[in-house]
Design a binder for this molecule. Sequence first.
Ligand SMILES: [Zn+2]
Length: 291
Amino acid sequence: MPQLIPIISRVLILILATAASVFAQNDPEWTEPFPAFRIAGNLYYVGSKGLANYLVTTPQGNILINSDLEANVPLLQASIEKLGFKFADTKILLISHAHWDHDAGSAKIKELTGASYMVMDADVPVVESGGKADFQYGNRPEFLYPPAKVERVLHDGDEVKLGGAVLVAHLTAGHTKGCTTWTMKVTEGGKTYNVVIVGSPNVNQGYKLVHNDAYPQIASDYLRLFDTLKVLPCDIFLGAHGGYFGLEEKYAHRKDGAANPFVDPDGYRKFVAEKEQEFRTELAKQTLAAK
Ligand SMILES: [Zn+2]
């Protein structure tokens, strides 16, 4: 009889873990449409309610950040066209990091637009293998997607330039090995703003921070990520998911003539501090358990 309890709890953990991963893959907000709108200057929001996409427009074509799930590609196209831009003018495709919810649609977008795909070095094997090279999810068929060829391999600090727009790729690894935080400047009403689009500081369910053979330096990468995020100048705070920066609330508070709610340097600092605390708590827990 006493043997039964550990077995039951193990079965329960398995059921919960399975439910969590299915939920993670099928979060209904990921495919729920959201109004496309101008954030500031030549920077636009073209994502769904749960998956964030950004369009940077220039006289020489546009840059799109994130391709999302394959199912989101028609949504993305509709958002871009609703703003009066052409989907076919997408010249460069970038991602926040090589996870299916941000990159599964890349092959389709490349096919439809001919965009040049530019990805951070350590995420390249993952996107080019359709997720198979991912340290955590590579052997999970439900998280795999069509592979997409990369035209330009990026390194930490590289600039992506098009028609006067300059985006800087900051390596913020941990969540994936090539997780990228994008920064750029936008001008609005004679003022220049520093934009930060956070790649992801999250420690996913099941991530091993200690003795991880598939990603030995994961913990030190996360620590470096927080060091990087803490020193980036930020006026306009954005990220790979709307939930990071309160997309819905801020969108609801946009008003002509009023302060732009997306200008939120305090919100950015608070977010980074909270995520660092979450990471350090999890690291301490796993370090203790490994002793
Ligand atoms: Zn992710």
